[in-house]
Design a protein around this ligand. Structure first.
Ligand code: 5GP
Length: 197
């Protein structure tokens, strides 16, 4: 069986990473890594589906025990990717998606250079600001902080394998699915060539 491919989907807050990933999960061979976080559960979120909600103490002990593939502090809360679930899914030949912020994305790429990094960007900053406002989760000051943070995130874009614009959801999802298909074909071709040597 081919080893699975790890895809990292990242991009500034408000770009629509969550919505895009929800659509990707409708496909048979695409699985999402469930992160752990110390932030409070929001209405509609489900333990073990949206996140594993935990305390700072437990989160820090997971880091010390080497259970996290990566972690980052974002808006005052810890977020991290539990390592074992990702490794298990990859060895079972699955396509695994990490939907994480940019610091974590770069850490995973350094550890696993074979991971495919996809950077989602909004069509414009005005649209990004509108989406953050419509979502209604952050104050105006927090929205401006997130837009300011996007400056650094955009500067990291050369480190990504692909940049995809999320202008229209369906088109964006289809662009990402094409990338996943292409990368799977590439992996299969290399494995076949290696097996022929
Ligand atoms: P939210 O609190 O809105 O669910 O997530 C805040 C940010 O944390 C988002 O950019 C999300 O992609 C990112 N995030 C979620 N899980 C992880 C994780 O495991 N590691 C890292 N580095 N970022 C994460």
């Amino acid at each position: 069986m081919s080893k699975g491919v790890l895809f990292i989907i990242s991009g500034p807050s408000g770009t629509g990473k969550g919505t895009v990933c929800e659509q990707l999960l409708k496909e048979d061979n695409i699985f999402l890594s469930i992160s752990a976080t110390t932030r409070d559960k929001r209405a509609g979120e489900v333990e073990g589906v949206t996140y594993y909600y935990t305390t700072e103490e437990i989160f820090k002990s997971m880091i010390e025990n080497g259970e996290m593939l990566e972690h980052a502090v974002y808006s005052g809360n810890y977020y991290g990717t539990p390592k074992k679930a990702v490794e298990d899914m990859l060895s079972n030949g699955k396509n695994v998606i990490l939907e994480i912020e940019a610091q974590g994305a770069l850490k995973v790429k350094a550890l696993m250079p074979e991971a495919i990094m996809i950077f989602l960007v909004p069509p414009s900053i005005e649209e990004l600001r509108n989406r953050l406002k419509q979502r209604g989760r952050e104050s105006i000051e927090e929205i401006e902080r997130r837009i300011e943070a996007a400056k650094w995130e955009f500067s990291q874009s050369p480190k990504y394998n692909y940049v995809v614009v999320n202008n229209q959801l369906e088109t964006c999802v289809s662009d990402v699915l094409n990338i996943i298909k292409k990368e799977n074909e590439r992996q299969e071709m290399i494995e076949r060539l290696l097996s022929e040597i």
